[in-house]
Design a protein around this ligand. Structure first.
Ligand code: FSO
Ligand code: SF4
Length: 540
């Protein structure tokens, strides 16, 4: 196997024996094959569009769910991935037959084989099948950005929001990167275009979330526990949260959020449920301890699964793109509805969660809420009470070097405000950093996709201050990344013209030296060093 798509890749180079994330080589091979088959399907759909034919929504959804399935930590289940490959090949053959001209199709678009041949084919089509390091680097950067974008689209789609434009782009990009004659310049342009569609995809998800659940608002979230048994819901899928809250109503079972589901509390819609008890635990990588002490069932709605301990494996459930062998999976019906009754029954027989924290945290500072406070914020900047905003969005992870972000947040001058989104926040959202004239010093916009909110806030401030360049604002970017959703967030920020982003704790292994240089020269991208030097640099 060879995989270097996440920040925790072995030796900052690549996982070759088994994944640091727990991905076995057999699963890695099937994921490579699923990406290959999805590229083939995309070559066909892109050709169909060129011939003026429509591509059905379920085909768009197949592409996005396939990509989502291969995101770090999402799906560890060989059987389900193999089935997806088979279904994709079937769909590709069916659509290929509708084409008038098949001459421009890629090799992947023409490939088909029985399942017994999958392992051999997978060995030929992995990341290293591209021998030119720079071309490989750009192709993989695009692919990882598309994976992140696909995950966001999936969440919008389950809320009945579609953007055919973005789907068509994803498929065109997957089709183009298979072309033998694509140049480095062409790939650089496609990378930036991926960022542009990243903005469009995140905007779609923002609209889907806020149209369905209202605009996030300032909210205090309980960190403690109650005396009823509970279900812990993790991941990003707000539709799953809604269905779970509906089905647990009146059962005597409470619902707690975990990790990236915390921002569910910020939406007005979810405040009507008296059994929506609070947030339990921290970022994804602490789950092996926290799921044990939760005592009740845990529902993983997206990525961020750590191979479970036997002590709670029987209480770990998955749904959507997430899957883990030996853990029960809840499949959605054709209309998208899901039956969580088996999880609720299990919860009833469990003890209440063991309390591991107490108190409250505050969040809900997405664009609408921050813009409602705009006068206050602008005054604070004008009178010097706020000197700088530091965007510290992104991901958390298990490397001890990530303590840097806690220390950085603690060391920031008192006249600075942290803008955050994603699970990176758990490195500093429970520190008592205080407020500036009533504006908390950590403003949490929400999930990683809500980094879109942070970009909107920056664009609005640019307008209010009458600036011609978003980089003239008193905002610096010190972003942490882990997996492919952070890649699309980064590409989206670049496409909005944001420069001088610090990306850590290490630069992606998939950036070759030359590609990293392009990013440094054109966008001033850098990484982190130590708290003291970085503070001096960023506070200049
Ligand atoms: Fe991932 Fe990062 Fe959103 Fe976290 S991008 S790791 S769990 O912030 O969440 O999906
Ligand atoms: Fe390694 Fe990350 Fe790939 Fe897992 S997702 S195999 S940890 S590079």
């Amino acid at each position: 196997m060879f995989c270097y798509q996440c920040q925790e890749t072995a030796g900052c180079k690549g996982c070759t024996v088994s994944g640091v994330c727990g991905k076995r080589p057999e699963v890695a091979a099937l994921q490579d094959l699923l990406v290959y088959a999805t590229k083939g399907l995309s070559s066909v759909t892109t050709a169909l569009r060129k011939e003026g034919k429509d591509v059905a929504i379920d085909v768009n959804h197949m592409v996005t769910l396939n990509l989502f399935t291969t995101i770090t930590n999402a799906n560890f289940d060989e059987v389900s991935i193999r089935t997806r490959v088979t279904e994709t090949l079937k769909k590709t053959a069916e659509l290929r037959a509708q084409l008038q001209d098949v001459s421009g199709l890629s090799e992947a678009a023409l490939w088909s084989a029985p399942e017994t041949d999958y392992a051999a084919k997978a060995a030929e089509v992995g990341v290293l099948s591209e021998s030119n390091e720079d071309i490989r680097s750009l192709k993989e950067t695009i692919t990882y950005g598309l994976k992140g974008l696909a995950a966001y689209l999936h969440h919008a789609n389950v809320l009945n929001h579609e953007d055919e434009d973005v789907d068509a782009f994803i498929q065109r990009a997957l089709s183009d990167i298979q072309k033998k004659d694509i140049s480095v310049d062409g790939l650089v342009a496609l990378t930036l275009e991926t960022g542009k569609y990243g903005v469009q995809g995140m905007a779609l998800l923002d609209t889907a979330n806020t149209d369905t659940y209202g605009q996030p608002e300032i909210t205090e979230v309980d960190l403690g526990t109650r005396s009823n048994p509970g279900i812990l819901i993790s991941g990003h899928d707000l539709k799953d949260l809604e269905m779970l809250l509906d089905q647990t109503a009146g059962t005597g079972v409470d619902v707690y959020t975990h990790g990236e589901m915390l921002p569910g509390h910020y939406y007005p819609f979810f405040k009507k449920y008296p059994h929506f008890a609070g947030n339990y635990g921290n970022a994804w990588w602490k789950q092996r301890d926290e799921f044990e002490s939760f005592n009740g069932p845990i529902l993983m709605t997206t990525n961020c699964i750590v191979p479970p301990k036997d002590s709670y494996k029987g209480r770990l459930w998955t749904t959507g793109a997430a899957q883990y062998p030996g853990c029960r999976h809840i499949e959605g019906a054709a209309d998208g509805s899901k039956d969580f009754s088996a999880i609720i029954e299990q919860a009833k027989s469990c003890s209440a969660p063991t309390e591991i924290e107490s108190g409250k945290i505050v969040g809900g500072f997405a664009h609408n809420q921050v813009l409602a406070l705009a006068d206050k914020v602008v005054d604070a900047v004008k009178n010097g009470a706020i000197k700088k905003f530091i965007v510290m969005a992104g991901c958390d992870g298990r490397h001890t070097t990530r303590d840097y972000y806690t220390q950085f947040a603690k060391a920031l001058p008192k006249d600075t405000v942290i803008l955050t989104a994603g699970c990176a926040k758990y490195r500093y959202n429970k520190l008592k950093l205080g407020d500036i004239g009533g504006i908390p010093r950590v403003l949490d916009a929400g999930q990683c996709n809500d980094s879109y909110s942070l970009a909107l806030i920056a664009l609005k401030l640019k307008e209010v201050f009458g600036l011609d360049d978003v980089n003239k604002l008193p905002i610096v970017y010190n972003i942490a990344w882990y997996e492919q959703k952070a890649v699309i967030v980064l590409l989206a920020l670049l496409s909005l013209g944001v420069k001088n982003i610090h990306l850590g704790p290490t630069l992606p292994a998939f950036l070759s030296k030359n590609v990293a240089n392009v990013l440094v020269e054109n966008f001033g991208i850098g990484t982190i060093s130590n708290v003291e030097d970085d503070l001096a640099l960023m506070m200049k």
